[in-house]
Design a protein around this ligand. Structure first.
Ligand code: G4P
Length: 525
């Protein structure tokens, strides 16, 4: 690809994640977006728990059983000349670690909020991560077809609970059964919830931002209430500031109803214009790499085994940070300096008919992996080594001792343990002297998924005995004396062989610190 061509292709990419609290409507809005992308033909094909179909993004059996999305997936489609990549993120809080890493691979985030509930716990957590990244955050206040909270309250809550300014791009005229439409401050028109008698969907506003007085709607009190709100927003609300939006300090707010497909296209149209194209990525050495740098490079932000249950595949998800990806290309894995030929790749899209021919910076490719990759790995194609900055690690808080139920099946047990652990959703530790397997995770559900997958994918039934919630603290090996270990601070080693204590609680940690004042303990390595 010529430099200008690469530049043009990269400029088309819009790569983002949708974050929300479970049930706010993320799946429903994703589905509507896919409809606009022409990827699916009718609503209900992505997810219809009632019809027994599941999201294309819901791959694994456990997701079907529990009706939740366990792992992130990637959907890709074209819209208005742009190439959209949506990285799905599980809403369940136990999967936040996976979600956090996914947020490292996107250039923008869309926050879906249930307008009846406002900002909920999981949204708040995910927001924090996005905020740290300093990427733009777009807000969709969903479920306007139901009676919800006062729109002004919802905007105020963004500021009060999340510390981000909200700028209303449009404003509801009524809600629930009384929903009339949206007052569009940007396009200077009213978008009707139901077409009026003439079949119009949009009514133009004059230079004062009002309807022509002949419009019947002007006689409705709800319309005048809206004008009052708009006046208030214009006079006392936040000023639209694109620079702040790009830094994630202000969020453009859109109202709508994903279920009735109202306001979604308006949102999408603005989003594709406003959301940034892929920007430079920070490297480990502190420099930045431009996405249009000629040589391909990317980083693995997620590894998933057996997306297709009939194959024993592992897929490493790579965010392309720079250049162009080509099938069969030779790359170097920075961590091991090993040369690899990438002839088994897959790109992610919701429908194979829509296959794109090239993948460039901003896109996500999935590489079939035979055990080469770890989360956080960089691969690069040029002569100069590249290493992307480290992905954040989250210290596990829950721990389980794991043993195979059938001691005769040690082989499949060890294989499953090694492979699933490498995906990074759970951490593996071994007890210092007896080498027992200890798993650590951020949430309980991760253990359940682990157990389920060991049984289903590796035919290995495991016994898990909880050792409960623990505080993990690493110790300098030079300072370690095995006698320091007790039941209240279990001594284990991590996958890299580094020793750490799993303290029963903070008191145990404090007691330890008092007893060994010279020993330095660290939360993360
Ligand atoms: P999630 O992915 O964020 O967890 O939410 P999801 O889209 O699954 O939506 C959760 C529930 O909210 C679903 O109903 C969905 O139909 C409903 N919903 C989504 N958007 C809207 C909206 O704009 N208005 C209204 N009224 N409801 C909306 P469910 O009954 O729990 O699931 P299902 O059986 O319909 O799949």
């Amino acid at each position: 690809m010529k430099p200008q061509e690469l530049k043009d292709e990269v400029a088309k990419r819009r790569t983002f994640a949708i974050i929300s609290h479970p049930d706010a409507g993320k799946t429903t809005i994703t589905e509507q977006l896919l409809l606009y992308g022409g990827v699916i033909r009718e609503a209900g094909t992505v997810k219809g728990r009632k019809s027994g179909h599941f999201a294309k993004s819901d791959w694994m059996a456990i997701e079907k059983q529990r009706g939740i999305s366990v792992t992130s997936s990637v959907l890709q489609f074209g819209y208005q000349g742009k190439q959209i990549n949506i990285l799905d993120t599980p809403g369940h809080e136990d999967f936040s670690e996976d979600t956090y890493r996914t947020l490292m691979a996107v250039d923008a985030a869309v926050m879906v909020i249930d307008s009846a509930k406002g900002i909920e716990a999981q949204t708040k957590k995910l927001f924090k991560v996005v905020k740290q990244r300093g990427i733009p955050i777009f807000t969709f206040m969903n479920k306007l077809d139901r009676d919800g909270r006062e729109p002004l309250d919802l905007i105020a809550e963004l500021e009060d609970l999340l510390g981000i300014e909200g700028y209303a791009m449009n404003w509801p005229i009524g809600m629930g059964k009384g929903l009339v439409g949206l007052y569009d401050r940007v396009a200077n028109r009213i978008e009707l919830y139901r077409d009026n008698e003439a079949g119009d969907k949009y009514l133009p506003l004059n230079a004062d931002g009002e309807l022509d007085s002949s419009e019947p709607l002007t006689n409705e009190s709800i319309y005048r209430d809206t004008l009052g709100d708009i006046e208030l927003l214009n006079d006392a609300g936040n000023q639209y500031d694109l620079k702040k939006i790009m830094r994630g300090e202000q969020t453009p707010v859109f109202f709508g109803s994903a279920l009735t497909n109202f306001g979604v296209q308006t949102f999408l149209d603005h989003f594709v214009n406003m959301a940034p194209e892929p920007g430079p990525h920070r490297l480990l050495d502190g420099t930045e790499l431009s996405p249009t740098a000629p040589d391909f490079s990317g980083f693995v932000f997620k590894i998933q085994a057996n997306m297709n249950p009939s194959h024993r595949d592992r897929i490493a998800f790579v965010r392309i940070g720079a250049g162009e990806f080509e099938r069969g290309m030779d790359v170097t894995l920075t961590r091991t300096d090993k040369k690899l030929r990438l002839n088994n790749s897959t790109e992610f899209m919701a429908d194979s008919r829509e296959q794109v021919q090239t993948a460039v910076a901003g896109d996500i490719v999935g590489l079939y992996d035979t055990g080469n990759f770890q989360i956080g790995d960089t691969i690069y194609a040029g002569k100069t080594p590249v290493e992307y900055e480290k992905l954040p690690q989250f210290t596990p808080e829950l721990f389980m001792r794991v043993t195979p139920k059938n001691v005769m099946k040690q082989k499949s047990f060890h294989k499953g343990m090694q492979q699933l652990v490498q995906e990074g959703a759970v951490q593996l530790y071994r007890t210092y002297t007896t080498n027992d397997y200890i798993l650590g995770a951020v949430g309980q559900l991760q253990f359940e998924v682990f157990k389920f997958r060991m049984q289903n994918e590796y035919n290995s039934e495991v016994v898990m005995s909880p050792i409960g919630s623990r505080v993990a603290r690493w110790i300098d090996p030079d300072q370690l004396d095995e006698k320091m270990s007790s039941t209240r601070n279990l001594l284990v080693k991590d996958m890299q062989g580094q020793p750490l204590f799993l303290f029963e609680n903070q008191y145990a940690e404090r007691w330890f610190a008092d007893k060994y004042p010279d020993v330095k303990l660290t939360a993360k390595l």
